[in-house]
Design a protein around this ligand. Structure first.
Ligand SMILES: [Mg+2]
Length: 272
């Protein structure tokens, strides 16, 4: 893995000239990880860059997150972006329908939440979040003892349903998520959007920091610029890394500068 900022020259030409599809994760990528999801705010400077980027000709920007679509839109508050919530299951774009789940699955999710609530009652720092397609169990504020306990409880309670194939379990940074058995992942969401946007020569760029982003890195590894936020990690499918959320913002600002210097500033009036 290479540091992207130190090797930006390798991509400058394409970032300046190619049609771009920029895919961004939210938590840990655009916003620093916070103790609870509601505390993870989008920095003002990043929001301003996103607002400018969506106005640039031949640049599409999508935010792909595990958050629900409505939460994501409220949190980011930039119009003109394409939002993908629930790890790819909720896509806000004309021409793509969100994935559907059965009533039976949602009923099972509510029952699991009820059982989990009872089981984690004595643990502290656990947050259960029922989303449109999943149940997230956040434990960032839990002690390491309670973290181990909650993981064990979730696995025990879900064991039968996982074996019967009615749910699946996914884990990310300080969160376990109970998902539909045939959950869509971020890789599939990226493929759908690229197909919808229909540009053969488009350069896809994907930036993310967590395990769920690996599906997208894998899909794009031979055709795009894949960037992991955090330290270099030999197990990742991403080819480059950026050290921090601040470096992500620096990189996005670079894209903006490359495009503006090439196209001038009157992009609003340019026809697509
Ligand atoms: Mg993330």
């Amino acid at each position: 893995m290479k540091n992207l900022l130190l090797n930006i020259a390798e991509w400058r030409e394409r970032l300046e000239h190619d049609p771009l599809a920029v895919f961004l994760d939210y938590d840990g990528t655009l916003s620093a990880i916070a103790p609870t999801p509601s505390e993870a705010k989008l920095p003002f400077a990043t929001q301003e860059i996103l607002k400018a980027l969506v106005k640039i000709k031949n640049v599409k920007v999508g935010i792909i997150s595990g958050r629900s679509l409505s939460d994501l839109r409220k949190t980011v508050q930039v119009s003109g972006l394409t939002f993908v919530g629930s790890h790819g299951m909720e896509i806000q774009s004309e021409g793509i329908a969100s994935k559907r789940v059965s009533n039976q699955y949602m009923q099972e999710l509510r029952e699991l939440r009820c059982r989990l609530k009872g089981e984690v009652r004595d643990l502290s720092g656990i947050l259960l979040e029922l989303k449109p397609f999943s149940l997230a169990i956040h434990y960032r504020k839990a002690s390491s003892g309670d973290e181990k306990r909650v993981k064990r409880i979730v696995l025990d309670i879900c064991n039968d349903a996982v074996h019967q194939g009615s749910i699946s379990i996914m884990s990310g940074k300080k969160v376990i998520e109970i998902m539909p058995p045939t959950a869509m992942d971020k890789g599939q969401a990226v493929e759908k959007l690229l197909k919808l946007w229909g540009r053969k020569k488009v350069l896809p760029v994907f930036i993310g920091d967590d395990r769920t982003d690996e599906a997208a890195f894998e899909v794009l590894q031979d055709r795009g610029l894949t960037i992991r936020v955090g330290e270099s990690d030999a197990h990742s499918h991403a080819a480059y890394y950026l050290d921090s959320v601040d470096d992500v913002r620096t990189f996005l600002r670079m894209i903006l500068c490359f495009r503006i210097s090439r196209e001038g500033v009157s992009h609003d009036s340019d026809a697509e």
